[in-house]
Design a protein around this ligand. Structure first.
Ligand SMILES: Nc1ncnc2c1ncn2[C@@H]1O[C@H](COP(=O)(O)OP(=O)(O)O)[C@@H](O)[C@H]1O
Ligand SMILES: [Mg+2]
Length: 340
């Protein structure tokens, strides 16, 4: 499938949570969870979003799923402004975009058997006549690599990987176009992770799905995604096709994340010198001045402490927000231009 038409577009999206205090619940500050995020996911693409915990990835997912309203900026789905969708158009939107979360144990009803869990959305949305629901459940189980007998099992009778397959089958029951997978494999053992990733890849091929795949483990995201955006403290700091990002990582934060991925060969890993990323992600209630990464950046200069870099295109489809990127160095700022 050629990926050309935009399916999900974020344009300068901000999601801020007010901090309220006192008797009158006055707003005393804001948590800037998502602070000016733009991206464009093409139909059929597997788009990855990575970054440490607290960077705002889940808030992006929740905004896409319309579980959180943006404070500003726009979200478009197949060209339509999502904030304007109401009534049947809104129901349709919610059906076309389905979520798979990290912990299927907490997102699956423990008192329902797998068959009921998968059948419920089909029944509620009237997607199949009642006489065909059972056959549809069997088709979905099979599609997700589970034998029919699983319809009679409760979530606690399954392994983590099997539960995640049920979570995926339930999402597919709605016949979605886009799957938002937020840390969908993060809680699983490495060998099980690989199986679920293979399943997601197979499903994408068979059903022409589009993915917004969120994770903190770059090696996993690299495997499944054609394009990866790196997020830090509410912003995208680098965005590139997967191969380009891994062969030519430019933002110091991206480099640190790539360095942190262990080499699968123990001999190579033992001889590898890894400079750990110092410190933690600062609070989005009180972000640093200038480039938000500067307090942890080995390359930070005075300019980084005072001016926030915008994303600049350094290669086709490869954008970086760093004053030390080749493009930023080559492009004089307005202030510099005014001096000459
Ligand atoms: N509903 C909320 N109210 C207040 N703060 C929130 C809310 N949701 C998320 N946050 C804060 O926003 C920041 C980003 O969170 P999140 O999107 O969950 O990041 P990630 O998924 O990358 O770990 C965190 O500091 C988190 O505490
Ligand atoms: Mg999260």
């Amino acid at each position: 499938m050629t990926a050309t038409a935009s399916l999900l577009e974020f344009n300068d999206v901000h999601v801020h949570f007010p901090i309220r205090q006192g008797l009158f619940k006055r707003e005393v500050g804001r948590i800037r969870a998502v602070n000016g995020v733009s991206f464009d996911i093409k139909r059929g693409q597997a788009f990855g979003l990575v970054g440490e915990s607290g960077c705002g990835k889940s808030t992006v997912a929740r905004a896409a799923l319309k579980l959180e309203e943006p404070t500003s900026g726009s979200i478009r789905y197949a060209g339509e402004h999502v904030s304007l969708l109401v009534g049947p158009a809104m129901v349709k939107y919610r059906r076309k975009m389905q979520a798979v979360f990290q912990d299927p144990f907490s997102s699956l009803n423990p008192r329902q058997k797998a068959g009921q869990i998968i059948a419920e959305p089909i029944r509620v949305h009237g997607l199949k006549p009642p006489s065909q629901i059972k056959a549809e459940v069997h088709r979905l189980l099979d599609l997700c690599g589970l034998p029919t007998r699983f319809e009679g099992l409760y979530p606690h009778e399954m392994s983590g990987g099997q539960r995640q397959r049920i979570g995926i089958a339930r999402a597919l029951a709605m016949n979605p176009e886009l799957i938002v997978a937020d840390e969908a494999v993060s809680a699983l053992d490495v060998s099980i992770q690989a199986q679920i990733i293979t399943l997601l890849e197979d499903l994408q091929r068979e059903l022409g799905l589009t993915y917004l795949f969120i994770g903190h483990d770059l090696s996993v995201v690299r495997h499944i995604c054609d394009h990866v955006a790196v997020m830090y403290l509410g912003r995208i700091v680098e965005s590139a096709p997967s191969e380009e990002l891994f062969s030519n990582p430019t933002h110091p934060y991206t480099r640190a994340l790539i360095d942190a991925v262990p080499n699968p060969d123990p001999a190579v890993e033992a001889g590898r010198h890894v400079e750990p990323l110092a410190g933690e992600v600062p609070s989005p209630a009180n972000p640093p001045s200038g480039c938000v990464f500067h307090p942890r950046c080995p390359l930070a200069t005075d300019r980084c402490r005072t001016q926030s870099p915008d994303l600049q295109t350094i290669e086709p489809n490869h954008d970086v927000a760093c004053w030390n990127s080749p493009q930023a160095k080559a492009t004089p700022t307005t202030a510099q231009r005014n001096l000459t």
